[in-house]
Design a protein around this ligand. Structure first.
Ligand SMILES: Nc1ncnc2c1ncn2[C@@H]1O[C@H](COP(=O)(O)OP(=O)(O)OP(=O)(O)O)[C@@H](O)[C@H]1O
Ligand SMILES: [Mg+2]
Length: 434
């Protein structure tokens, strides 16, 4: 390379100075640009940080307010995060937990648990943790799920759980509430029965009371008539008295009045007898009961107070013997009848309910078919569920069929719901025959 061309030294110096100055200006401008970008970044960063802290606080407060325990582990099984419920359960400080293997805090053999954790999902498992003071915690029903990272790849496990004692207590409370509801339903059906009984007794009793009232009046007239005769009066006087006291009419009425009173008393006796047969207690073993009689009886009970509907068509043989509890089977039949009556309620005198029965081989069966709207196919397997009802609030608890199903099952029988070919629902009850 040759030498640079010669220049006048002053000229060269001033050009260099100019170039240097321009370069400096450029550098300072760039620096200012960078600086202002930096400030911008810092503001953005602070904003993001604030949002992040906010999110963190939110998540922490949510996690500490849930009562279930929560433990997050990394892919090596080391604890990454726990919530307040877990700290309370184990009484161990967070700082002693985080970063340590979860296995260190399990109070039992971890071998099989590791497989479970690796599987990353699945059902509940009962686990006890180490407790700082008491050695071990109460058993916890633990569920495990896989923790995914931002790319959706497995990054660890999330364990959630709840002390089994708590679950058991909740389950017990639920069972108790359920038993109470069943009891309430029984009380309600007892209430309906009593109302029916009262209605039924009212008729013959008012009949008897009316008759006795007339009989008392007749006695007074007879007393007056006989009293006067015994004093010794002549025939004309006696005939006059006989007419004025209307003794002949009285004598003609008397047999009908006595028969009517007897009939009323007999009706009361019958009702009481049928009630006695209905002993609702479950004590005592099964005895031979006549399902046909129970069904017929139940039909009569159920239609009380539904005078707008035609009487059901009953085609039952006289006897269908099955081993069982009359009171319980009566309850089943009344439930089925009430459902059928509800189903046809708006059909007025077009409503048809058929109750038929027969014995087939080792079974007795009773079928109740109604002309109602039937049961939508999607509900056919739901009608026996507890609390399933399509009736308005206050008109159905949805326990009738559930209770009936239980009773029939306990009797070794079956209760099936279907839709009859001509529309309307049909319930078929089968029980072992004697
Ligand atoms: N004969 C029927 N026709 C049409 N649907 C019926 C019939 N019987 C039962 N169902 C349906 O099954 C549901 C459940 O019946 P279930 O007897 O268990 O309860 P419920 O009658 O609603 O109430 P509860 O019997 O406790 O007063 C009813 O709400 C109704 O939807
Ligand atoms: Mg019902």
């Amino acid at each position: 390379m040759g030498k640079p061309p010669a220049m006048a030294p002053e000229l060269a110096n001033s050009e260099i100075a100019q170039a240097q100055e321009a370069a400096w200006i450029e550098v300072i401008r760039k620096m200012e640009e960078v600086y202002s970008d930096l400030i911008q970044y810092e503001i953005e960063l602070e904003e993001k940080n604030t949002a992040l802290e906010e999110a963190q606080r939110f998540i922490t407060s949510v996690l500490s307010s849930v009562s279930d325990i929560l433990v997050v582990c990394d892919s090596k099984g080391r604890i990454q995060q726990v919530n307040l419920a877990f700290l309370r359960l184990t009484d161990i400080a967070e700082i002693d937990l985080v970063g340590h293997p979860l296995g260190d805090f399990l109070a039992e053999d971890v071998g099989s648990l590791n497989h479970w954790l690796e599987a990353g999902h699945g059902g509940d498992r009962e686990v006890r943790f180490v407790h700082r003071g008491q050695g071990v915690t109460d058993p916890v029903a633990l569920t495990c799920a896989t923790l995914l990272d931002h790319r959706g790849l497995p990054a660890g496990t999330v364990l959630t759980g709840r002390p089994v004692g708590e679950l058991r207590r909740a389950y017990e409370a639920l069972k108790q509430a359920q038993a109470q509801l069943v009891q309430q339903e029984k009380m309600a059906s007892l209430g309906r029965l009593i109302a029916g009984v009262a209605h039924e007794l009212n008729n013959p009793i008012s009949f008897i009371v009316g008759n006795v009232h007339v009989l008392t009046k007749y006695r007074e007239r007879l007393e007056a008539y006989l009293g006067t005769i015994h004093q010794g009066i002549d025939e004309t006087e006696r005939e006059a008295l006989r007419k004025s006291l209307r003794i002949d009419t009285l004598m003609t009425d008397l047999p009908a009045l006595i028969a009517g009173t007897q009939e009323g008393a007999q009706r009361v006796a019958d009702i009481v007898k049928s009630l006695k047969r209905l002993s609702f207690s479950q004590s005592g073993g099964a005895e031979a009961v006549n399902l046909a009689e129970i069904a017929e009886n139940a039909v009569h009970w159920a239609i009380k107070g539904r005078s707008t509907l035609p009487d059901p068509v009953i085609s039952l043989p006289p006897v269908l013997l099955t081993p069982g509890h009359a009171g319980q089977l009566h309850q089943v039949m009344v439930n089925l009848m009430e459902n059928a009556l509800d189903a046809v309620n708006d059909q007025g005198n077009k409503a048809v309910i058929t109750v038929s029965g027969h014995r087939q081989d080792a079974q007795v069966a009773v079928e109740i078919t109604d002309s109602g709207p039937g049961i939508p196919p999607e509900n056919l397997d739901k009608v026996f569920d507890p609390f399933f009802t399509t009736k308005p609030v206050g008109q159905g608890t949805g326990l009738g069929l559930w209770i009936s199903y239980g009773i029939v099952r306990d009797h070794g029988g079956a209760l099936v719901a279907e839709n009859a070919p001509g529309g309307g629902a049909r319930f078929r009850l089968t029980l072992p025959a004697i």
